[in-house]
Design a protein around this ligand. Structure first.
Ligand code: GDP
Ligand code: MG
Length: 675
């Protein structure tokens, strides 16, 4: 059948349903010799009894509607997949079952899984077909194609076109389904999925790994428990060696859901007929679902344009008259119509058995989808004024949390940010540093006070305490604390900043612009406040050089030190005439004052840091965030949602809708079964 001049244009727009050039089809119709004319095989499928048929259609319809909802993305649906080695006769079997010519030729002709939905209509109704598929075209997105077909002879060409759209021109393959629906009085009620044949060697223009790729795709389909594998094997090859049967056995070792189909019985080697009969009798490689044998058109018959209906007549005669195979015919295990009947029964049984699990799966998926959707949040409202309120709410909730964070109160946001305990840690370390610095100082005094005395002593007589020595040593010691104090400030500033940033992250999930704006503010405020705080700390240390405390405070401290030291043996008698005693007295003064100064710094430094870095920063952040609300033009930009969150929400939402519809379909189906 040459199809060349027939160029069908399919609108490639998202969600656009296109009727093809029907007129063109009609015109062409006259020219093309019809393969299907006068098939007259309507009676072929009348073998199923009426009562049973009433059960068959709803069952298959249910699964078809679930599949067209797209539920297959979420869960596996009962299906029959046709697999086989290249040229084993898969397409011929499908052709015979559907009465429609499918693409054929050498090499890998089937390059995408083809879902063949057959729906038997009542006698006298016209043939109707539809092809639907979604081609992914980068970067423009997805294109849904929907083509109504009036004439079965166009199917072949349209499938080729669809495959080119999906897998590219040439020899590539694609995992996406092409769906072909056929409604006719001459087809069985059945849905089958035709998979690319298992290639032994790649042909010219095909990537070397094509065989592996096809195997992977086939595995993906047949490994599902919900799939019945139809393994097509020519009668003239040793069935045990066929790749397709091996693959089916790998995923279904007990043959529970594998059905064998022997083809080409007319080509069987003389003398091996008994083996074929044994195979079909399930005696060689037993499968729970057993075997069927069919004869389709050979290459010569195709060249001779033997019609499909004529071929079916020939098949019948062939089996009836065959010396070995007639028994198979008598037992109902031969011919295409018997195969159709068997497959329909198998599919319906299979569907009915799968329904409880299917329901369970849907329920489970629904719950899971719902909870993930809840996590995604509702997203910004569409209405502009609602949007402004939403924005205000988001920002105020954040600023309130920022203030709470600074005050150590509970947060609305779910972030676990215990800044307060971290600060307590940091300030505890500061106190430890002051203490250990004090101990070092005591050791230094004992080691070096004499040297200092030597250096700084003025005109005082021995026995007088030298104030200059005291002051110099004291200032040197306190100066040593300045840099550690500034470092502490920076550490704490970092800690607080990170806390605020985490809070922003949690408050503005899904709004990257808003988060970025808040983060920038937090970082700027930190820098600003840190400069002020550092200046204050440095001033504090400058002030410390004044060496001051209240007289009474000092006297108390000195008295306590004197008592402490006095209790140490060897210091009991203080002789003021003695030089050594003067030095000891000096030590007492130094230690007393250090104690006072270090106590002051132990509180003062944390106070400055806390006030500026925590309290003031939070207040400033609040002011600046609220200012942001004032600018209405900010709203759109700030609420520009993270596209990942947005996509995720959309995906989940459509899954939810799909699954809900699926649940309704299932319930309706069960209700229908009861009544
Ligand atoms: P596929 O690659 O598995 O789809 O195989 P095809 O259906 O394209 O068949 C391969 C070749 O075997 C074609 O030339 C068919 O005409 C031929 N063929 C299929 N079934 C039979 C049969 O029952 N008898 C004979 N003689 N040839 C057959
Ligand atoms: Mg094929």
């Amino acid at each position: 059948m040459e199809m060349d001049p027939f160029a069908l244009t399919v609108a490639a727009e998202e969600e656009v349903t296109t009727k093809p050039a029907l007129k063109q089809q009609r015109r062409k119709k006259k020219k093309i010799e019809m393969d299907n004319e006068g098939r007259g095989q309507a009676s072929m499928y009348n073998t199923l009894n009426q009562q049973y048929e009433e059960k068959v259609r709803p069952c298959i319809d249910l699964i078809d509607s679930l599949r067209s909802l797209g539920v297959e993305k979420d869960l596996a649906l009962p299906a029959i997949a046709v697999i086989g080695d290249q040229s084993s006769g898969k397409s011929s079997v499908l052709e015979a079952l559907s009465g429609v010519a499918l693409p054929r030729g050498s090499g890998i002709v089937t390059r995408c899984p083809l879902e063949l939905k057959m729906k038997r209509t009542t006698e006298g109704e016209t043939w109707q077909g539809t092809i639907t598929y979604t081609a992914k075209k980068q970067p423009e997105g997805h294109f849904n194609h929907h083509v109504d077909i009036e004439d079965p002879s166009y199917v072949e060409h349209l499938i080729e076109q669809a495959q080119n759209d999906m897998a590219g021109h040439g020899a590539g393959i694609s995992e996406d389904l092409i769906s072909l629906s056929i409604a006719s009085p001459d087809v069985p009620d059945l849905t089958l999925i035709d998979l690319p044949g298992i290639a032994r060697v790649a042909v010219k223009g095909q990537p070397q790994d094509i065989g592996e790729k096809i195997k992977k795709m086939i595995q993906k389909f047949i490994k599902k428990q919900e799939t019945i594998s139809l393994v097509v094997v020519p009668s003239n090859v040793d069935i045990a060696t066929t790749e397709a049967l091996k693959m089916a056995q790998e995923v279904d070792p007990d043959g529970e859901r594998t059905l064998g189909i022997l083809t080409k019985p007319d080509l069987v080697d003389k003398g091996t007929e008994a083996t074929v009969v044994k195979t079909v009798h399930n005696e060689l490689i037993p499968l729970k679902k057993g075997y069927m044998i069919v004869k389709c058109r050979g290459q010569q018959e195709i060249l001779d344009r033997v019609s499909l209906s004529e071929a079916m007549e020939r098949e019948k005669t062939f089996f009836e008259e065959h010396a070995y195979f007639s028994i198979l015919h008598d037992e109902g295990q031969a011919t295409i119509p018997k195969l159709a009947e068997k497959l329909t029964l198998e599919l319906v049984n299979h569907i009915q058995r799968s329904l409880p699990q299917l329901e369970e799966q849907i329920e489970k998926k629904l719950n899971n989808t719902q909870s993930r959707l809840t996590k995604c949040g509702a997203g910004p409202p569409q209405d502009p004024s609602d949007k402004v309120y939403f924005f205000i709410d988001k920002v105020t909730a954040f600023t309130q949390d920022a203030i709470s964070l600074a005050a150590g109160d509970e947060l609305q946001c779910e972030a676990n940010l215990n800044i307060f305990s971290k600060l307590r840690d940091e300030f505890g370390k500061w106190k430890n540093l002051l203490d250990s610095n004090g101990s070092n100082f005591s050791r230094k005094i004992e080691r070096e006070v004499a040297t200092y005395e030597q250096k700084y002593r003025g005109r005082e007589l021995p026995g007088f305490i030298n104030y200059k020595t005291f002051e110099t040593m004291m200032k040197e010691q306190i100066k040593q604390l300045e840099e550690p104090a500034v470092t502490k400030l920076k550490d704490v500033a970092d800690l607080v900043k990170n806390g605020f940033i985490q809070l922003a992250q949690c408050s503005f999930v899904g709004f990257p612009n808003l988060f970025k704006a808040a983060k920038a503010k937090i970082e700027l405020i930190r820098k600003e406040k840190e400069v002020t705080a550092e200046a204050m700390l440095r001033t504090q240390f400058k002030m410390e050089l004044v060496v001051y405390t209240q007289d009474s405070t000092y006297s108390r401290s000195l008295k306590r030190k004197r008592e402490d030291e006095g209790s140490v043996p060897g210091f009991k008698t203080v002789n003021y005439q003695d030089n050594e005693a003067t030095l000891k007295e000096m030590m007492l003064h130094l230690k007393s004052y250090y104690l006072i100064a270090s106590q002051r710094l132990a509180d003062q430094i944390p106070l400055v840091i806390k006030y500026l870095m925590l309290q003031e920063s939070a207040a400033q952040l609040q002011r600046e965030m609220l200012q942001m609300i004032q600018k209405k033009e900010n709203v759109e930009l700030m609420l520009d949602e993270d596209f990942r969150v947005n996509t995720e929400r959309k995906t989940l939402q459509s899954r939810l809708n799909r699954l809900r519809k699926a649940r309704v379909l299932l319930t309706e189906f069960e209700y229908g079964q009861l009544s």
